[in-house]
Ligand binder design. Structure first.
Ligand code: 5GP
Length: 186
């Protein structure tokens, strides 16, 4: 069965790392490429990691109805899921995966209630803080902003169909792929 899977969870829980593992070990999984107004980080490629847009281009996608969901994340930049590629995947029998924030996940649930909603949880709050500080890519101010977001995001776990605890990246990734039913169908 072709089904959309949405992976969400608090900031710095390791969604990106789990996704990276799946990209490498399971090339059969199709990932949505989000649009964002955030500037690229070193090494990020337009059209691969994100579609990097300015505010005007992002606005045009919204008014054109081209986004399945969109949200301001961490009170700063806008992120959104281009609708058409996801719909094409589902129509073609694929099983697309979205890695998005909680606000976006809620919008997708309104639009596509049959999707599978997976919450990636940290082993503990302290572990989440360690991961956020340890990543070292954000300023102190940005880290505080993201921790505040993470606190409210953790409380949303009961809204999801399934929780995967990210004790270990590989196990979490395999658990997700198993849930998607992809490894069995090839
Ligand atoms: P980053 O800037 O670190 O790449 O991503 C920041 C946050 O934006 C992550 O929590 C990520 O899940 C979320 N995000 C990425 N793409 C989308 C999207 O298309 N829609 C929404 N709502 N959130 C997204």
């Amino acid at each position: 069965m072709s089904r959309l899977t949405v992976l969400a969870g608090p900031t710095a829980v390791g969604k990106g790392t789990v996704s990276a593992h799946i990209r490498e070990a399971h090339p059969e999984v199709w990932f949505s490429v989000s649009a964002t107004t955030r500037p690229p980080r070193p090494g990020e490629i337009d059209g691969v990691h994100y579609r990097f847009l300015d505010d005007e281009q992002f606005d045009r996608m919204i008014t054109g109805g081209e986004l399945l969901e969109h949200a301001v994340v961490h009170g700063r930049n806008r992120y959104g899921t281009p609708r058409r590629p996801v719909e094409e995947q589902i129509a073609g029998g694929g099983s697309p995966l979205l890695e998005i924030d909680l606000q976006g996940a809620r919008q997708v649930r309104e639009a596509m209630p049959d999707a599978l909603f997976v919450f990636l949880a940290p082993p503990s709050w302290d572990e989440l803080v360690n991961r956020l500080i340890g990543r070292g890519t954000e300023s102190t101010e940005e880290q505080e902003r993201r921790l505040a977001t993470a606190r409210t995001e953790l409380a949303a776990e009961p809204e999801f169909d399934v929780t995967i605890v990210n004790h270990d990246v590989r196990s979490a990734a395999e658990e997700l792929v198993d849930l998607m039913g992809i490894s069995r169908s090839g």
